[in-house]
Design a binder for this molecule. Structure first.
Ligand code: HEC
Ligand code: HEC
Length: 420
């Protein structure tokens, strides 16, 4: 009974129309009633709870949203769609260090996946949006992403397409408009759910679904490697579903490449705003990006803190971290093993781990086991590529620090010049 109602709510877009020339190819073999309902590991109650009452899922709305998500016409010059940076073939990421928008403009941040974002309490690396509806508007308006002057301009760009006009009328019972455009996209995103990984099979009782190495990695995850202290709903109970605490931490990524004290002072003086559009521009287009959720809260304790991402399908979404600075999962684990990068706001949970090479390989094998069935092929390729890169170069490896003592944090002296 429950399964039926989940299917009814989530309905995917197995029958998306042939892509028009202005659109990218939507995912093939996308979700349909059966594949969504039957994914091993799918959290039924949380999924039902993630559908907002004021924007229920319907098959027509999801199909409309899918079409919009892959439509380049929504951008200023008709070159960039949501799907350009959230490419289904790469588990809805773009493989770049930082994303490239209209007119070749390069942003500051790495594109996260949109898979399973229906469960996220906040969106973006710094949490500056709280709903998918609210989120969808920002890339359309960001000059380094889709570059539209306002949401109406995006709606106007498709307003003479008769198919869209009748689809909006049918789905929302009123003429095509900007807010409904965002609602349809959000609804499509909520249909992109990905569980059914070898790890889920294994948790479901099929012990042979993952390797011994991945099993050892999962054991390390909640013990010696301490990953569960952030990549779990609560650090006392193993989390086999979400792999995130939905919270923000400074783990020292990029902290050595920016003078965050100067940036924070500048942000406080020049930019004391809660205007989400202004924050969006600072995050995507300026060095202040390195300040993380400080941009949102203006609290010194949040300097260079970023949202703990889920780890599902992470093998397919390289490079890693908010700035795309880690090329492989080995680089990520090396970063944690040496205790991150020390700085005044480094999370207390980050410390040298003393992991051996075998233990590092085991953690990578575990992370690889979180690849959903639909990305199995891409995952196998990505693992081979990353293994080659890691064999040749491990820039984050630092055994002296990994096996050394926890260093003391420098004082968080945030002494800004007085405002004049
Ligand atoms: C030019 C590339 C680009 C385009 C186009 C783009 N995005 Fe993104 N997207 C990103 C980047 C980069 C981030 C991370 C930005 C940040 O956190 O500051 C992001 C973040 C997101 C997130 C938050 C994910 C999370 O886990 O917090 C969602 C959802 C999302 N985008 C959906 C969309 C939608 C919907 C569109 C189209 C309306 C779109 N994106 C267009 C690059 C892009
Ligand atoms: C103190 C909290 C914390 C701990 C402990 C922690 N993480 Fe993270 N993790 C984060 C945050 C926050 C980010 C994003 C940081 C950024 O981009 O600046 C992250 C990012 C990642 C990423 C990159 C994901 C992506 O999509 O780019 C991977 C992989 C990862 N962590 C795995 C691990 C593993 C494995 C461990 C244990 C060895 C671990 N984490 C321990 C908080 C933590």
């Amino acid at each position: 009974m429950l399964v039926v109602s989940v299917a009814a709510l989530l309905v995917g877009c197995g029958s998306t129309n042939q892509a028009a020339r202005s659109t990218l190819d939507p995912p093939t073999g996308g979700f349909n009633l059966i594949s969504v309902a039957h994914q091993v590991g799918l959290p039924v109650a949380a999924t039902l709870a993630a559908i907002p009452a004021d924007n229920p899922q319907t098959p027509d709305k999801v199909a409309l949203g899918a079409k919009l998500f892959f439509d380049r016409r929504l951008s200023l010059d008709g070159t960039v769609a949501c799907g350009s940076c959230h490419n289904p073939a790469r588990a809805f990421s773009d493989g770049r260090t930082a994303s490239v928008g209209v007119k070749g403009r390069v942003g500051q941040r790495n594109a996260p996946t949109i898979l399973n974002t229906l469960y996220s309490k906040t969106l973006f690396w710094d949490g500056r949006a709280t709903t998918l509806e609210e989120q969808a508007v920002l890339p359309i308006l960001n000059p380094s992403e889709m570059g539209q002057a306002n949401l109406d301009a995006a709606a106007a760009a498709i307003a003479n397409d008769g198919e869209y006009r009748s689809a909006f009328q049918k789905v929302f019972g009123r003429p095509l408009n900007g807010p409904d455009l965002a609602r349809a996209i959000a609804s499509y995103e909520r249909s992109e759910i990905a569980f059914a990984s070898p790890f889920d099979e294994s948790a479901n009782g099929n012990a042979r679904a993952i390797s011994d190495s991945a099993r050892r990695g999962w054991a390390l995850f909640s013990t010696k490697a301490r990953c569960n202290s952030c990549h779990a709903v609560e650090d006392t109970t193993p989390d086999r579903t979400f792999f995130t605490d939905q919270s923000f931490h400074n783990i020292g990524v990029g902290i050595d490449r920016h003078n965050v004290v100067t940036l924070a002072c500048e942000a406080q003086a020049r930019f004391n705003t809660r205007n989400v559009l202004a924050i969006d521009r600072a995050a995507i287009q300026t060095d202040m990006s390195a300040l993380g959720s400080f941009l949102v809260t203006k609290q010194p304790a949040d300097i260079a803190t970023f949202k703990t991402p889920s780890l599902r399908n992470v093998l397919v979404t390289a490079p890693y971290f908010h700035d795309g600075s880690a090329r492989t999962l080995w680089d990520v684990v090396d970063h944690y093993n040496k205790g991150g990068m020390n700085n005044p706001w480094l999370d207390e949970k980050i410390r040298p781990l003393g992991l051996s090479e075998t233990e590092i390989d085991d953690l990578v094998a575990f992370l690889a086991s979180l690849t959903s069935a639909q990305f199995r092929e891409q995952g196998a390729k990505a693992l081979a590529v990353q293994r080659e890169i890691a064999r040749a170069s491990r820039p984050e490896r630092d055994n002296a620090r990994a096996f050394g003592p926890k260093p003391t944090r420098p004082d968080p002296a945030l002494a800004c010049a007085p405002k004049t």
